[in-house]
Design a protein around this ligand. Structure first.
Ligand code: IMP
Ligand code: MG
Length: 184
């Protein structure tokens, strides 16, 4: 059931949400499609490692792995680029590095949203250096601002150039728990 407007207003602590950009139904449908494509892409031999970039990807990843019909393992990586601001700081810090060995694994890196591309520019070479069998990126949203795009195999939606919150995306830590994606 779609959350009522009143629920959303309470979750937002009375803050103004400009508009709903992707409803929970739209997101659910797209995530299922991506799950099917990912299922078709990989061998079902247990070599798939889904690596979520925290914190933003946690809700997307939770829904995505349930739509993938293959054996897989989940781990996380924490990179921080924004601090509390709304503009990418340009410095990407690795705050947590996965303990799962990735050599010889098919690694699927899951990102919430690609903006400047700084995070992936830092994380991709780092993971490639560890000799995975393959490395692909699946992002729910892509703002299409980067000219030289690192190859991203799966993108949920091309996002508008607005600041988005909800479904894992935050504004200074707030609003990750909205079940839809809104602009503020
Ligand atoms: P990039 O390194 O500039 O590509 O930024 C990637 C990260 O910035 C994402 O994983 C998000 O955590 C954050 N980010 C980028 N755009 C938004 C937005 O519109 N809302 C919330 N977080 C965002
Ligand atoms: Mg963030």
């Amino acid at each position: 059931m779609e959350t009522t407007v009143r629920d959303a207003v309470r979750k937002a602590g009375g803050r103004d949400l400009r508009r709903v950009v992707y409803s929970s139904e739209q997101i659910a449908e797209r995530v299922k499609e991506m799950g099917r494509e990912i299922t078709d892409h990989y061998p079902g031999d247990g070599s798939l490692l889904v690596l979520g970039l925290l914190k933003g990807s946690f809700i997307f990843l939770a829904d995505l792995v349930r739509a993938i019909q293959l054996p897989l393992e989940v781990d996380f990586l924490v990179a921080s680029s924004y601090g509390d601001g709304r503009v990418s700081s340009g410095t990407v810090e690795l705050v947590y590095d996965p303990e799962t060995p990735i050599e010889g694994r098919h690694v699927l890196l899951v990102e919430d949203i690609i903006d400047s591309g700084n995070t992936l520019e830092r994380v991709i070479p780092l993971l490639k250096g560890r000799d995975p069998a393959s490395l692909e990126v699946c992002a729910l949203l892509h703002k299409r601002v980067v000219k030289e795009d690192p190859e991203i195999r799966w993108v949920g939606f091309d996002a508008p150039a607005e600041f988005l919150v909800g479904y894992g995306l935050d504004d200074a830590g707030d609003l990750r728990h909205l079940p839809f994606i809104a602009s503020i």
